[in-house]
Design a protein around this ligand. Structure first.
Ligand code: ZN
Length: 273
């Protein structure tokens, strides 16, 4: 069972071990007026214990920041009913759509039996759009970007040198760019590597600039179309995700911003080979 790990004064990470498909991280930052929760995990078995640990801090949850529009980060918004919900335009759009329950059950097969419950609970809409860099609180700076999706948002807590990178960072786990742009993503990581000493990724353990550089190099190889041996050989989910990332980069190079067929197969919308 994960627990809140204090990375700096009043700055916590909730790291779900493994970091694979549907197994993401979250965070909490204490400000003078209460808490900001960063991402909300996916299904009830994940966000109930997280919300219980947040409640033990005995401070009001004022804000929920959603780093991007993927269900493994936005599924638990109902656990924080009184907070404002901040997200990019793309995240707002996702949360205004009906939940694609069948696709989620196929893609996140290990959690398939929890999605009917999640569909019933529903998610909260974004109440405050983030489309520009902004000082959210005295401690938290919001940094919009793109690369993993069209609307990624990072949260920087400069006073203790911690960056919550969302899925712009995967450490020890192969990244997934089915809705992203591997080239843009690698370019953004040039900036990310210099933002903070301590980086909380969307998936995998807390890391540093070295982990960001490895991820950047992997994404550049995806753009080149083949991946040589490297530190990524120790990452999980290579077999599933390499083809999707390489295919997506090639499609974008050809001017096609669609969903890679390899990803459509993974979510059951095309028959698998
Ligand atoms: Zn994601």
């Amino acid at each position: 069972m994960p627990s809140l790990t204090e990375l700096g004064d009043g700055v916590y990470a909730w790291i779900q071990p493994g970091g694979g498909s549907g197994v993401s991280n979250a965070g909490v930052v204490v400000d003078g007026d209460g808490l900001t929760v960063i991402d909300t995990l996916m299904v009830r078995s994940q966000w109930e214990p997280f919300a219980a640990a947040v409640a033990e801090l005995e401070l009001p949850v004022k804000r929920v920041l959603l780093t991007h529009a993927h269900i493994d980060h936005v599924g638990g918004t109902q656990a924080f009913r009184n907070a404002m919900v901040l997200g990019s335009p793309a995240t707002s759009e996702l949360l205004d759509q009906p939940m694609p329950v069948d696709g989620y059950k196929t893609f996140f097969a290990a959690f398939a039996d929890e999605f009917d419950d999640l569909a019933e609970i529903g998610t909260r809409p974004v109440s405050h759009i983030v489309d520009d860099a902004a000082q959210l609180t005295a401690r938290i700076e919001l940094l919009p970007a793109s690369g993993h999706t069209a609307g990624d948002v990072m949260a920087l807590v400069a006073d203790c040198d911690v960056l919550f990178a969302g899925d712009l960072c995967f450490f020890g786990v192969t990244p997934l760019a089915f809705q992203g742009d591997p080239k843009t993503w690698a370019d953004v990581l040039e900036v990310v590597a210099d933002l903070a000493d301590v980086i909380v990724p969307g998936h995998g353990p807390v890391g540093t600039a070295d982990d960001v550089r490895d991820l950047q190099a992997y994404l550049r190889h995806c753009v080149e179309g083949s991946i040589p041996p490297g530190p990524w050989d120790a990452w999980t989910e290579r077999a599933e995700r390499d083809p999707i990332n390489i295919e997506k980069a090639a499609m974008l190079r050809a001017g096609d911003d669609g969903m890679p067929p390899s990803m459509l197969k993974a979510i059951g919308l095309l028959p698998s080979d």
